[in-house]
Design a protein around this ligand. Structure first.
Ligand SMILES: Nc1ncnc2c1ncn2[C@@H]1O[C@H](COP(=O)(O)OP(=O)(O)OP(=O)(O)O)[C@@H](O)[C@H]1O
Length: 194
């Protein structure tokens, strides 16, 4: 049974329909890559699927009522005045997740210990991305909706990301991610052009 089904979805930006009659299914163990040019509506679609943007029509069905997805926007959603640890502590607080796993999650993302305590505005783009991705490790959620998650990652970061995704798919989760270009190895996905 699919984890997520979107049927005849209309994706809006203001009063403009970017996508109409958009159908999508996401099965357990599936990595689906949505590829499209700048401005085509990838971010708007992911925000609509995540429930952050009102759909203009159609239906969204989740495998279960409590199947809240992980949504990671392309701007990372970090408060740049706070450190990586403080950002994740805040995220844990608003999501009711124990903060005990923060250090382990940042270690898994290979963020050096000193960088974890530094204000995020002093981190590189890739370090900020690794911090944002660490949220995926803090709470198990079946569906990951990731908007341009590879931006800023170096070769090691890409390998790490592929490892996390592989483990998630093995565990029966699913990932929907966007980008502008074909996915690099070692990521293997079904691809949909927008
Ligand atoms: N704040 C906004 N207000 C109104 N329209 C917007 C706004 N932001 C974006 N748009 C419009 O919505 C359309 C879709 O934007 P969206 O960010 O979803 O595209 P995208 O495919 O994710 O683009 P990119 O690859 O550049 O990130 C764009 O063509 C843009 O003109």
């Amino acid at each position: 049974m699919p984890l997520l089904i979107a049927e005849q979805l209309t994706v809006l930006r203001g009063d403009r329909a970017l996508l109409r009659d958009f159908d999508l299914q996401l099965a357990p163990g599936e990595l689906l890559h949505l590829r499209g040019a700048n401005g085509v509506g990838k971010t708007s679609l992911l925000e609509t699927l995540a429930g952050l943007r009102r759909a203009g029509g159609g239906r969204l069905r989740w495998a279960s009522d409590d199947a809240l997805p992980h949504w990671l926007g392309h701007r990372n959603g970090l408060n740049l005045q706070l450190s990586a640890v403080e950002n994740l502590r805040f995220w844990c607080g608003i999501n009711g997740v124990p903060a005990a796993g923060i250090d382990a999650a940042l270690a898994r993302m290979k963020l050096p210990p000193r960088a974890r305590l530094r204000s995020c505005r002093l981190l590189s783009a890739g370090q900020k991305r690794r911090t944002a991705l660490a949220r995926l490790l803090l709470q198990p959620r079946a569906v990951w909706l990731l908007d341009e998650p590879l931006d800023g990652l170096d070769v090691d970061g890409l390998a790490l990301f592929a490892e996390l995704v592989g483990e998630h798919l093995q565990a029966g989760g699913a990932v929907l991610m966007t980008s502008h270009q074909p996915l690099p190895a070692p990521l293997f996905a079904s691809e949909r052009l927008l």
